[in-house]
Ligand binder design. Structure first.
Ligand SMILES: *[C@@H]1O[C@H](CO)[C@@H](O)[C@H](O)[C@H]1NC(C)=O
Ligand SMILES: *[C@@H]1O[C@H](CO)[C@@H](O)[C@H](O)[C@H]1NC(C)=O
Ligand SMILES: *[C@@H]1O[C@H](CO)[C@@H](O)[C@H](O)[C@H]1NC(C)=O
Ligand SMILES: *[C@@H]1O[C@H](CO)[C@@H](O)[C@H](O)[C@H]1NC(C)=O
Ligand SMILES: *[C@@H]1O[C@H](CO)[C@@H](O)[C@H](O)[C@H]1NC(C)=O
Ligand SMILES: CC(=O)N[C@H]1CO[C@H](CO)[C@@H](O)[C@@H]1O
Length: 576
């Protein structure tokens, strides 16, 4: 009897203990692409003062934390992912004083600011590389250098060390005439790979982390994580070739090879644990909130789970879950969505926090990828699933891709190809300027030219219009965040989900003592009736509409008999 009582007490206590979730676990993360967010000085390029001006908008819609794509000094060969000074600001974006003012304003509003750290490679203009080229003592092995091999057909030529390819096409090795060696670049030739087998490189990167942590940033989104290490060369200094993938005949295409020696090496997992330990140690020493670690990785699920941590080591708080981005599109059916949810939830050990990403600066916009009818549905899914949500700027108003001609194309991933195939590679369409209002340049810039064209739909699709409209994507988005922030069920309730048929996905969140929340989304263009209680007996007989997609004829607070619900094409409903 006594025994039973203590079990009962424990059972009552456990949920309260577990309910102490850290700030990031149920947070709404928002990615700003600084070049396209808001231009404050009319040069057609977004900047830090522009971001500062718009922070109150982000506060108003309920954003917890903002991560900024790189703003460091850069020759902009890859729009900032080629860093020429890790401790300075790109002049087009402003000054360090502007950054400090931005951070101060963010702190006032209670929005966390997260920097994009690019640790895998640097710009070739960074002094580390210049010193390495010149074999300055201490920098000789900062990068990955190799003699290559004599060319039997041409005595004045040398052949690269092996067949490895650059993500941006062609050989990943480039001959440096000054040093008379090849260096490795997995991205642009102007982005040489750092050599983490040299412990000084990790120390240099920790120094960068400390610089920004001391300023007060809330953490880092770490770029290109899988590429940090390459396989160790053999005793003769040889790097092995990678095998062909069989997925394309184009030998310059990165997908031509299987990247077994250049991605997700065991040392890369260890690197992630070291960075996490460094951030945890910083918090122990300096106090304050958890400094978060968001990791960019498109790796196989088993590897991503290792990036979370192992039995003894913690890794990234948020190893990005890109499965909605990579595995779903306009042709996906409800069972495909259910499978994507399972893929994460069934593989993730229970002690970790899930996260969901539906868009970013490297992938097609949600409305262009799934079709405009799915914009609200995808935001609902993002906000109702357990864990952190990650939104790319513009997805809250349903911005669409812009068709960009070869002439106007600026993304190196596309410029390195040709006019026939560039559209496969270009990332410009999802990077166009943010649409604030219906004035010149969508309110993004007062200049005469913007760095990428504005979407012609900007008069209808913009923040101002959607704030004024009775129903809009922005209102749905804001209502969803408000629900996340106030609903205990969404913060820590159980998750249940099912494809009720080929076209309707149901997601149920429930917590004893708190309202049940149900998402129904029709992913197709026809209407149909579903019987959700046949699926889940814990769904109440009648529920209130909390949030309805813009296509819906239903109104908030309308009561629905749940025994049978007919959804219009693409209609999505959040019921409570
Ligand atoms: C031999 O290699 C050098 C250096 O790469 C190159 O400039 C030259 O054109 C090559 N000669 C022939 C005949 O291919
Ligand atoms: C966890 O990772 C650390 C660091 O890489 C490693 O030393 C340790 O063996 C791993 N533990 C397990 C159980 O795999
Ligand atoms: C859409 O996604 C499915 C897998 O869900 C895939 O087989 C198909 O190739 C994708 N289509 C496009 C156009 O990307
Ligand atoms: C923009 O164009 C107008 C009209 O052509 C011109 O007067 C003005 O000087 C231009 N502004 C800039 C910043 O180039
Ligand atoms: C729905 O009900 C809530 C609370 O009862 C109220 O605050 C809200 O204004 C209502 N919404 C609509 C659209 O009627
Ligand atoms: C709810 C639902 O699935 N409704 C319809 C959605 O569209 C599909 C196919 O286009 C219909 O078959 C469903 O009945």
């Amino acid at each position: 009897m006594e025994m039973k009582l203590s079990v009962l007490v424990l059972a009552l206590w456990v949920p309260t203990i577990f309910s102490q979730s850290d700030w990031w676990q149920t947070g709404q993360f928002y990615q700003i692409y600084p070049r396209s967010f808001k231009d404050s000085n009319g040069d057609g390029i977004g900047d830090l003062n522009g971001i500062r001006e718009k922070l109150s908008y982000l506060k108003d819609i309920g954003i917890t934390a903002v991560w900024l794509s790189p703003i460091y000094k850069s020759p902009m060969k890859d729009f900032g992912y080629d860093i020429a000074d890790y401790k300075d600001i790109q002049p087009e974006y402003g000054t360090m004083a502007d950054f400090d003012a931005l951070l101060k304003r963010a702190n006032e509003l209670g929005i966390k600011l997260i920097m994009d750290l690019v640790p895998d490679y640097t710009s070739d203009l960074l002094d580390w590389f210049q010193k390495s080229v010149n074999r300055v003592k201490g920098y000789e092995d900062f990068y990955i250098w190799h003699d290559g091999y004599p060319d039997p057909k041409n005595s004045s030529n040398r052949l690269p060390p092996n067949n490895w390819l650059s993500v941006f096409r062609g050989s990943a090795w480039k001959w440096n005439t000054k040093r008379q060696q090849f260096y490795l670049h997995q991205f642009l030739a102007e982005q040489p790979e750092l050599n983490y087998r040299n412990p000084l490189v990790l120390e240099a990167m920790k120094d960068v982390l400390t610089f920004w942590l001391d300023k007060g940033v809330a953490g880092f989104r770490v770029d290109s994580v899988p590429y940090i290490y390459e396989v160790r060369p053999d005793s003769k200094g040889r790097y092995p070739d990678e095998p062909k993938s069989g997925s394309t005949d184009d030998p310059d295409n990165f997908d031509y090879l299987k990247h077994i020696f250049t991605q997700d090496q065991p040392e890369t997992i260890e690197f992630v644990y070291l960075i996490r330990a460094f951030l945890d140690e910083y918090k122990r020493k300096h106090g304050g909130d958890t400094r978060v670690f968001l990791a960019e990785t498109y790796s196989p699920i088993k590897i991503i789970m290792q990036y979370y941590g192992n039995e003894t080591h913690n890794g990234a708080h948020i190893p990005f879950n890109f499965n909605f981005v990579k595995r779903a599109n306009a042709t996906s059916k409800a069972p495909d969505y259910a499978a994507i949810i399972s893929l994460w939830m069934d593989n993730m050990p229970k002690q970790y926090t899930a996260n969901w990403v539906i868009g970013n600066h490297d992938n097609r916009r949600v409305g262009s990828r799934y079709g405009p009818g799915m914009i609200d549905a995808m935001n609902m899914l993002l906000m109702l699933l357990p864990g952190a949500s990650v939104t790319y700027n513009g997805e809250e108003i349903g911005m669409l891709d812009v068709d960009i001609s070869w002439k106007d194309t600026v993304d190196p991933a596309a410029c390195n190809s040709n006019p026939q195939i560039y559209q496969q590679f270009t990332r410009d369409p999802e990077r166009t300027p943010f649409q604030w209002d219906d004035s010149k340049n969508a309110g993004f810039s007062t200049g005469n030219k913007t760095w990428l064209p504005i979407h012609p739909n900007y008069r209808e699709v913009n923040v101002k219009v959607q704030q004024a409209a009775a129903r809009s994507h922005l209102k749905v988005f804001k209502d969803l965040i408000q629900l996340r922030q106030t609903s205990k069920t969404l913060q820590r309730g159980e998750l249940k989900y099912k494809a009720l048929n080929d076209n309707v996905l149901a997601v149920q969140r429930s917590l004893s003592g708190s309202n049940t929340i149900l998402l129904l989304m029709n992913v197709s263009d026809k209407s149909q009736t579903v019987y959700v209680q046949q699926w889940s007996a814990t769904i109440p007989a009648s529920m209130k509409v909390r949030i309805a997609s813009v296509q819906s004829k239903r109104n908030a607070n309308e009561t629905l008999k749940v025994s049978s619900i007919t959804l219009d094409p693409y209609e999505s409903l959040v019921l409570e």
